[in-house]
Each structure stands twice: as C-alpha cells, then as structure tokens.
Design a protein around this ligand. Structure first.
Ligand SMILES: Cc1ncc(COP(=O)(O)O)c(C=O)c1O
Length: 470
C-alpha cells in the first residue's frame, strides 16, 4: 500500500509496527530549550516491576522474620512479566497527566472531554432508580441477557425512526458498556494482527488506543470542513483494503468537524464499491446546536456499516450505557465477543435509564444542552477570531463539545501545553489524535464544562501563553 495516508510500510513487520506506534504515543514531555522543542518521551509500557516493593509484603516479612536484616535479603531482581505482544502496541495514556492537572483548581481546563456536569439530572435518575428498585428490585439485580434490556433497545430503535427515519429493529440494537466497548469489540471481531484499519486524521484518541491492542496497520485520511478528503479516502479504501474505516461524521472528536451531506454520499459510494465496513461512531449526533439531525452514513450503506451511539454525552457517562447497531451477521459475532468479555452490561443501570426515559423528554433535555454548548462554542470562536493573531485558525463546529485550533508554524503544541499550565490554562495537544503521526501544531479545546466567565479568562491566559512562546 503506497497511499498518502498509509503509516506502516508493507510488508508488515510486527516489530516495526510496534516501534512506530510507540514512537507516536509515548507520553511526551518538553525539555526547555531554544528554537523548536526537544521532546523527550517517557519510557514505554514497562514489564519491569520491583519485586521487593510492598507488592509482596508476606515474602518480605517472612525473610526479615528469619533474623536476617531486611536490607540484605531484599530481592532486587526485576520481575520480567511476560506480557502479550499486543501490550507493546498500547500507547501509554497521555490522559493521566491531564487528569492530574485538571484537578488543580488554579487551572482552567479546556483539555477535558466531559459533558457539563450541570446537565446530569440527579433528581430524575434518583427517582427512576427508586422506582426500579421498589417495583422490581430482585429482577433488576439478577443476571440478564447479553443483547441488553429489550425496552431500552426498543426506545433506541423508536428514536432512530422518529429522528432520522431509519428503520433499525430492536433485534439489531445491542447494548454495550459505553460506546467505548464497541471500539474494542468491533476491533476484536474484525482485526487480526497486521490487518489494515483506516480512520480520520485527526481521529478519536480512544479509538486509536482500542484498535492498537489488535496490532493493525493504520491508514489515515485527512478530515476537513468538507468531510474526509474523498480522493485520499478512495485511495486508502482501494489500496489498503481496510477491514473497516472508523469515522465520526457528526461533530467529530477532536476536531468538531461535521461531514456535509455531499461528503456522506460520496463516502457511502466509495464504501459501496468496496468490501470495507464503515464504522460510524455517533457519540455527538444529538448535540447539534441547531437541533437538526444529520443523516447517518450507515443509513446509506446498511449492509456495510456499524453504527454506535451513547447515552454518555446526553444523560450521564457514569452509567456506562451505549449501543451498537449492525447487520445481523456482524451482531452475532459482536454478541459472542461481548458475552465472553462481560456477559452483559450493567442491568440495573439499563433498567434505571429505561425508566428515566419513560418519564422524561429527551428532546427537551438535549436541546438545553446543545444550546448551552453552542453559546460556549460561539464565544470561544469569537475570542479566537477577535483577540488572537490571524495566523491562528480554528474549526467551526456545528455541534458537540470540541473545536480544534491550528497554531502558527513553529509553535509546538507540547510547548503550548506546558506554557499554558504556567499561565493557568490546560489545552490538549493534538499529537495523540494522529494515528500515523503529526498534530504537532494543533490543540483541542473543550467547551462543554466551562462557563462564560471561565472561557473569557481561560482564553486570555491561552493568548498570553502563545505570546510568551513567540
Ligand atoms: C467519539 C467518541 N466515541 C466514543 C466515546 C466513548 O464514550 P462512552 O464509552 O462513554 O460512550 C467517546 C468519549 O469521549 C468519544 O468521544
């Protein structure tokens, strides 16, 4: 495969690939220096743990109890855990560092990816939980079937028909443990080591992480305001013949881009002429600022698509309830993989959610959220246009929770990350969103968790950080 988007030269070499993946995803840190930043990477996932640490307190206790000073008996041989090869392909998560900084109250964080906590309807969920436990407590706390709670699957099926005119019977809806589980299980049922998989550039970090564990060869396709570059998309599909192309046509994470209708049609046409599956992740389709749903690509190629959705961004991520819709032959394999993974998703939560949705109008709820996110997004874009220099550009999201900023040449996003922290603002460098490398001059900004005042203050800090680096 020689297409522009191919990041692993054929023939595939597992070792090479693992090395390439780690190169891209080792946790980066910046060394202060002049000119362009010298990036030093944290060590990759290590198999070395120190046996003498308190991991084995019994062993230590026994030896020191034998009258020999502990210092002299400490076994310092590092344990060589024989991890599976696939773990060498797992990028250590950059998110741990981010998590730590986002807990610091002095920092305004645009780096996270949480939905606005103020939109989680605690009272409504409490009432639904108490109804479920009161009326059917024991049943709700029993094991259940792998495919999921039927009334919830019926609700999802009905909503597709009402919102999008899509006919997806409940039998083709499988409940999952958050749509993140779909990423793992779709990869598990389709990918053998060395298989080709394709996705957008930039693409969702959680997908890159999930797919990496199955040791595929990644190709990527540039995503812009007009959707995926269709020439590159056709070439990648034709030449790499990926098992699936993973895309987020609605308010993509990280870029905020939405495929226009023509792009959806063009993508569907290319897919139709191939034996590739289109894996459509629709985590944000309910959150268009104008409230108008966009037609899924999956509806245009129903036999060649899987479509995932989630209640995380619209009800509560902690419930861990998502779903996947797929052709019966795919769903059968998916169900089998899910059964092996966890038997079924949390049955109590499924019942609580179904009870909640019976008595609450989801349309009203998502309108409120989308409007608030829209206001925040517009404010951020206005500040970027008015108060930042013209060599800084940004995407123009129509929905969702993120936008992406392109930095001026020479300004490295990792240096901006560090300088931002010094100024008291956290942004997410684009690098981990590029399956095949790149993203040094991009940062992702989240607008779902901050209020107007924080956006003004955080963006002023960001502007100061950029000025300091020029
Ligand atoms: C595009 C996308 N897909 C999937 C997920 C996973 O979400 P969940 O497992 O909570 O449904 C996320 C989470 O942020 C996401 O942004």
């Amino acid at each position: 495969m020689t297409g522009a988007g191919d990041c692993n030269p054929a023939p595939f070499s597992a070792g090479q690939h693992a090395a390439a993946r780690m190169e891209t995803h080792k946790v980066p840190s910046i060394e202060k220096s002049h000119g362009s930043p010298r990036i030093s990477f944290a060590r990759p996932v290590s198999c070395r743990y120190h046996r003498s640490r308190s991991l084995f307190p019994g062993e230590r206790g026994e030896r020191s109890g034998a009258g020999v000073p502990e210092e002299e008996t400490r076994d310092t041989t590092p344990m060589q855990y024989r991890f599976a090869h696939r773990m060498t392909c797992a990028p250590p998560s950059f998110l741990d560092r981010l998590f730590a900084v986002s807990k610091d109250p002095r920092i305004i964080s645009f780096a996270g990816g949480l939905p606005g906590t103020r939109f989680i309807d605690v009272e409504g969920i409490r009432e639904a939980a108490s109804r479920v436990l009161g009326e059917e407590g024991r049943d709700a706390l029993q094991y259940s079937t792998t495919d999921g709670y039927l009334p919830l699957r019926e609700y999802i099926s009905r909503r597709y028909r009402q919102r999008l005119g899509l006919s997806i019977p409940p039998q083709q809806v499988q409940i999952v443990n958050g749509s993140q589980q779909c990423l793992d299980l779709v990869a598990k049922i389709f990918l053998d080591r060395g298989d080709a998989v394709a996705m957008e550039r930039p693409g969702y970090l959680g997908a890159i992480e999930a797919f990496s564990l199955y040791e595929p060869v990644f190709s990527d396709v540039a995503l812009g305001s007009t959707g995926p570059d269709i020439d590159e998309f056709s070439r990648v599909i034709r030449e790499a013949r990926p098992k699936f192309f993973y895309g987020i046509p609605n308010s993509q994470n990280p870029s905020g881009q939405t495929y226009p209708l023509e792009a959806r049609r063009a993508v569907a046409e290319v897919i139709r002429d191939s034996d590739t599956i289109f894996y459509e992740d629709d985590a944000f389709g309910e959150l268009f600022f104008d409230g108008k749903p966009r037609p899924p690509v999956a509806g245009m190629v129903p036999d060649q698509a899987v479509l995932s959705g989630s209640f995380s961004k619209i009800i509560a991520p902690g419930m861990r309830i998502g779903w996947i819709c797929a052709p019966p032959a795919v769903l059968e394999r998916f169900n089998c993989a899910k059964q092996a993974a966890d038997l079924h998703s949390n049955f109590l939560c499924q019942k609580i959610l179904a009870a909640y949705l019976e008595t609450h109008d989801l349309d009203v709820h998502v309108r409120r959220m989308a409007q608030a996110y829209g206001e925040n997004c517009r404010l951020m874009c206005e500040i970027l246009d008015d108060d930042f220099t013209p060599d800084i550009s940004h995407t123009e999201p129509e929905g969702g929770m993120f936008l992406m900023v392109s930095l001026p040449p020479g300004l490295h996003s990792l240096r901006l990350f560090e300088e931002g922290l010094r100024e008291g603002v956290a942004v997410l460098p684009g690098i981990p969103f590029y399956a095949c490398g790149g993203g040094e001059s991009t940062v992702r900004l989240n607008f779902s968790t901050t209020g107007e005042e924080q956006i003004h203050e955080g963006m002023a800090r960001l502007a100061r950080a950029i000025t300091a680096l020029r």
